[in-house]
Write a protein that binds this ligand. Structure first.
Ligand SMILES: C[S@@+](CC[C@H](N)C(=O)[O-])C[C@H]1O[C@@H](n2cnc3c(N)ncnc32)[C@H](O)[C@@H]1O
Length: 332
C-alpha cells in the first residue's frame, strides 16, 4: 500500500492534489512521520507525486469507516473482488469470517487487513461450520493469535474459546424475547445450556431459578466461568446428557435451544410441573415448514397432554432452503 512522503509544510497542497485527481486512498488515514506526513495513494498514481518519496506502508492506519471490500478491492485481482465477504462476526475481540473457496489463497491478506481495520481485535479465524450434535466449530486461525475471549451481549458477559465452542450471535433477539417472558417465581430448565446463552441472561434479569444442563465438558467449564463472571447465584449447572438426567415434574418453562432436538420433546414435556411453556427450536426445510408443530403435537399426545401453540416464528435462515424456527407452546 503506497503513500507519498511529503514535508509537513506541503502536506495540505499535496492532499488537495491527491483528492482532486482521485489518487488519494480514502480507506487509509494520513499519518505523521517526523517532519513529514504520509499521504496514502492508490496504485498507478505514483507518477503524479514523482517529486516526493513514494513509500510502501508497512503499518497503514485505516479510516474508521473503512470496510474489508473497500480496502481489498485494490489488492485482489478483479475477477475475485465480488467474492470478498461483506460480513463477518466479531465475538469479543476475535473476528470470525467465512471465506469462499476461491478466495482461500488470499486468506492471510484478508486476516491481516481485518486486524488493521479492527485494531481492538487480536485474532481472525475462518469459520468452516459446525460438527455434530455438540455443534463443535471447525475453524482455522489466519491472523493474530488467541482463541479465548469475553463477548458482551445484552448486559451479560460470555467467556468462551471460539476454537472449541460455537457462539450463535444471530439469536440475540430470541434471547432477549425469552428473558422478558420469565417471571421471578419461575423454575426454568435450559436443556442445552452451552456456555449459558439463555441461562445467564435469564438469571441476570430475573430471580427465576434456572437448571442448566450441558453435555460438553468444555462448554460446561465456560458455563461455570460465566456464572462467576456475571455474579449470578440462581443457576444450577448440571454436567450431563439431558436425555438421561432431566428430572420430571419440576419446571414452569423449558428451553430447547438445540436445532436438532425433537427426540428430546418427551423429556421436556415430562420435566414440566404438570403444565408449562416449552420454547422449541428446530431447523426445518421450507417444504415441510410445519414439521415442528407436528412433532410437538405427536409428542404431547403420546405423553397424554394437550397443547396450545402460542407462537410459531422463523428465527433466521439456516442454510439454503432450511429455516430455523422457534415454537412457543403451552403444554397442559
Ligand atoms: C446449539 S448449542 C446451544 C445454543 C444456544 N442455546 C443458542 O441458541 O445460542 C447446543 C448445546 O447443546 C449441547 N448439547 C447437545 N446435546 C446435548 C444433550 N443431550 N444434553 C445436554 N446438552 C447437549 C451442546 O454441547 C451445545 O453446547
Amino acid at each position: 500500500m503506497k503513500a507519498a512522503r511529503v514535508p509537513k509544510e506541503k502536506a495540505e497542497f499535496v492532499r488537495k492534489l491527491a483528492e482532486k485527481s482521485k489518487a488519494k486512498d480514502r480507506e487509509r488515514l494520513i499519518i505523521q512521520k517526523g517532519d513529514c506526513v504520509e499521504i496514502p495513494i492508490k496504485d498507478g498514481f505514483e507518477n503524479l507525486f514523482s517529486e516526493y518519496q513514494i513509500v510502501e506502508q508497512k503499518n497503514p492506519v485505516f479510516a474508521r469507516k473503512s470496510n474489508l471490500y473497500g480496502v481489498l478491492k485494490e489488492k485482489i485481482p478483479k475477477e475475485y473482488r465480488e467474492l470478498i465477504p461483506r460480513r463477518y462476526k466479531i465475538i469479543g475481540d476475535i473476528i470470525l469470517i467465512k471465506i469462499p473457496k476461491r478466495l482461500e489463497r488470499f486468506k492471510e491478506l484478508i486476516g491481516d487487513t481485518l486486524l488493521r481495520i479492527h485494531t481492538r481485535c487480536k485474532a481472525v479465524w475462518v469459520d468452516r461450520g459446525k460438527e455434530g450434535m455438540l455443534r463443535k466449530p471447525k475453524v482455522e486461525l489466519i491472523a493474530g493469535k488467541g482463541s479465548e475471549t469475553i463477548h458482551k451481549e445484552s448486559g451479560c458477559l460470555f467467556k468462551l474459546d471460539i476454537s472449541k465452542i460455537m457462539y450463535s450471535l444471530g439469536n440475540q433477539y430470541e434471547k432477549v424475547r425469552i428473558v422478558k417472558m420469565v417471571s421471578d417465581d419461575e423454575v426454568v430448565l435450559d436443556m442445552f445450556a452451552g456456555i449459558g446463552y439463555f441461562s445467564i441472561p435469564i438469571a441476570r434479569h430475573s430471580k427465576a431459578k434456572v437448571y442448566a444442563i450441558e453435555i460438553n465438558p468444555t462448554s460446561y467449564h465456560y458455563l461455570l466461568e460465566n456464572i462467576k463472571l456475571n455474579k449470578v447465584n440462581n443457576i444450577v449447572p448440571i454436567l450431563g446428557d439431558s436425555m438421561h438426567i432431566t428430572p420430571e415434574g419440576f419446571a414452569d418453562r423449558v428451553i430447547m435451544g438445540h436445532l436438532y432436538c425433537h427426540e428430546f420433546l418427551p423429556i421436556a414435556i415430562r420435566a414440566l410441573d404438570g403444565r408449562g411453556i416449552i420454547h422449541y427450536h428446530e431447523s426445518t426445510p421450507e417444504a415441510v415448514f410445519d414439521r415442528p408443530i407436528k412433532r410437538i403435537k405427536m409428542a404431547a399426545e403420546k405423553e397424554g397432554k394437550r397443547i396450545e401453540i402460542l407462537r410459531f416464528k422463523k428465527v433466521k435462515n439456516y442454510s439454503p432452503g432450511v429455516l430455523h424456527y422457534v415454537v412457543d407452546v403451552y403444554v397442559y
